[in-house]
Each structure stands twice: as structure tokens, then as C-alpha cells.
Ligand binder design. Structure first.
Ligand SMILES: [Zn+2]
Length: 110
């Protein structure tokens, strides 16, 4: 029953990182974030109890001290991880950018 325990745990941590990031966005409601991450009330509450960053962001939201971000969190086009882009970055890292470039067959105009 519990064979995928380890994988489940690491997936959970990734989710928490993404939730903490999305919570920084002043344009996203908690409900929207839950929908994006496909998590329920109970799961979200558990995350907030376990994860200091999430708890702090929720507190900031409650107090209205959340600062506006220069850029909005975005899902990486290559790996799907949420990240904070600089300018119009579409990938979370150089590695992902490279992966995407290498996997695209582009016909060169000559
Ligand atoms: Zn990526």
C-alpha cells in the first residue's frame, strides 16, 4: 500500500515549494492556487502547518502586508515547475531552456 511513499513525499515537497511561490503573487487567490495545484482544504491546511514559508505567506495575506512582485510566478515550459521569471523568461533554469531548445526541431531560414 505504501510502496510509493518516498516518491509521494518528494512530490509533496515540490508542491509546497510551488504553493509557497504562488502565495507570493498578489494576483492569485488562495482558492485559485489550490485549484492550480489540485489540492484540497485539508491538504492545504496540513501544508501550512508543516511549512513555515507557507504559514508566513498566509499570515502576510491576512495582514495585507504581502508585497507586490516585479514578476508573476510562471510554470516552466520545459519541466512545469513554478518559478519567478526575470522579464519574459519562459524556463525556470538554463538547463530547461537548453532542453527545450534541443528538443525543438527548428527549420532554419536560409
Ligand atoms: Zn524548468
Amino acid at each position: 500500500m505504501d510502496r510509493n511513499h518516498t516518491d509521494g513525499e518528494s512530490a509533496k515537497r515540490t508542491d509546497e515549494t510551488a504553493v509557497a511561490l504562488l502565495l507570493r503573487s498578489t494576483h492569485l487567490e488562495v482558492g485559485q492556487i489550490m485549484e492550480l495545484m489540485d489540492i484540497g482544504d485539508r491538504e492545504f491546511r496540513e501544508m501550512a502547518c508543516r511549512n513555515q514559508t507557507i504559514a508566513r505567506r498566509l499570515e502576510e495575506r491576512r495582514l495585507g502586508t504581502l508585497r507586490e512582485l516585479k514578476s508573476e510566478p510562471r510554470a516552466c515550459k520545459a519541466c512545469g515547475e513554478w518559478f519567478l521569471p526575470y522579464g519574459s523568461d519562459r524556463y525556470c533554469s538554463d538547463g530547461c531552456k537548453r532542453t527545450a531548445q534541443l528538443s525543438t526541431c527548428r527549420r532554419r531560414a536560409s
